[in-house]
Design a binder for this molecule. Structure first.
Ligand SMILES: [Zn+2]
Ligand SMILES: [Zn+2]
Length: 94
């Protein structure tokens, strides 16, 4: 078989394997450094301003514009904390 399933996680953006040297973690997914950008304004992101939504990445501005702060606020609500169980932190540490 020329194709063997890689152990590496797949980038949700381009579907290719992500290696540790180029990985960025958001929303429980691993992304390429190059793919780690906003799907709306194409701004390059880092872990502090990235917002993941259904395996799409947005900057916090675009994410707020597109989905609104309904479920949770960027500063106020603690609603995201119940969903964010720290999985990304764990995978980051690995
Ligand atoms: Zn990618
Ligand atoms: Zn954006």
């Amino acid at each position: 078989m020329p194709f063997k399933p890689a152990d590496n996680p797949k980038c949700p953006k381009c579907g290719k394997s992500v290696y540790a040297a180029e990985e960025r973690v958001a929303g429980g997914f691993k992304w390429h450094k190059m793919c780690f950008k906003c799907g709306m304004c194409q701004k390059m992101l880092d872990s502090t301003n990235a917002a993941e939504h259904e395996s799409e990445l947005y900057c916090k501005n675009c994410h707020g514009r597109k989905y609104g702060p309904k479920g949770y606020g960027f500063g106020g609500g603690a609603g995201c904390l119940s969903m964010d169980s720290g999985d990304h932190l764990k995978s980051d540490a690995n």
